[in-house]
Design a protein around this ligand. Structure first.
Ligand code: FES
Ligand code: FES
Length: 167
C-alpha cells in the first residue's frame, strides 16, 4: 500500500514502484482527465502539477512522488470549471477534439501563476505541449484573455465563434 496527496485528499493505492504516476491517477484513482498521448514526455497530454510544477506524469515513477507532495490534476483545478483558465478556454472555444486540452490547461495554469502577464516568448517556452488539432493560436489567445482579466475585448482579440457571434 502506498499513498499520494491528490487534489487535496490523501489517496491510498497499490502499484509497482516503477508504475508511471499517470497510470496510478487514471486506473487506480479514477482521475481520467489526465491523458496518455506518447508515453515519452513529448506531448504533454499527461501534465499534472506536483507542488505546483507542471510535470509529465507518463514518465514519472510513482515511487518518486512523496506522500506529502501535492499533486493537482485537471479535476482538482476547480470543482465546477470556474478556474479563470477554464473559463477563457470555454469563452474562446479552444478545444477541437479535446484530447490534449487537459494537459494544455495545466501547463497554462502554471505559466499564468508564475507570470500573470506572459509574453509570446513566455508562452512559447512554457507551452511545449503538442496538439494534433492545431489549436495553438486559440490557446495563445486564451492565455492572453486570462492575462487581461478574462475580458476578450481588453485582450485586444476579436473572436468569431462557430455560431457567427463575436466576443
Ligand atoms: S503522454 Fe506524457 S508527455 Fe505524452
Ligand atoms: S484539441 Fe485535438 S489534440 Fe488538441
Amino acid at each position: 500500500m502506498a499513498r499520494l496527496n491528490v487534489n487535496g485528499a490523501v489517496r491510498d493505492f497499490e502499484a509497482e514502484g516503477d508504475t508511471p504516476l499517470l497510470w496510478v491517477l487514471r486506473e487506480q484513482l479514477g482521475l481520467t482527465g489526465t491523458k496518455y498521448g506518447c508515453g515519452i514526455a513529448a506531448c504533454g497530454a499527461c501534465t499534472v502539477h506536483i507542488d505546483g510544477v507542471p510535470t509529465r506524469s507518463c514518465v514519472r515513477p510513482v515511487s518518486t512522488v512523496g506522500p506529502n507532495e501535492k499533486i493537482v490534476t485537471i479535476e482538482g483545478l476547480s470543482p465546477d470549471g470556474s478556474h479563470p483558465v477554464q473559463k477563457a478556454w470555454v469563452a474562446l472555444d479552444v478545444p477541437q477534439c479535446g484530447y490534449c486540452q487537459c494537459g494544455m490547461v495545466m501547463a497554462a495554469t502554471a505559466l499564468l501563476r508564475d507570470k500573470p502577464q506572459p509574453t509570446d516568448r513566455d508562452i512559447d517556452e512554457a507551452i511545449t505541449n503538442i496538439c494534433r488539432c492545431g489549436t495553438y493560436n486559440r490557446i495563445r489567445a486564451a492565455i492572453k484573455v486570462v492575462a487581461a482579466g478574462g475580458n476578450t475585448k481588453t485582450a485586444g482579440l476579436a473572436i468569431q465563434h462557430t455560431d457567427g457571434s463575436t466576443t
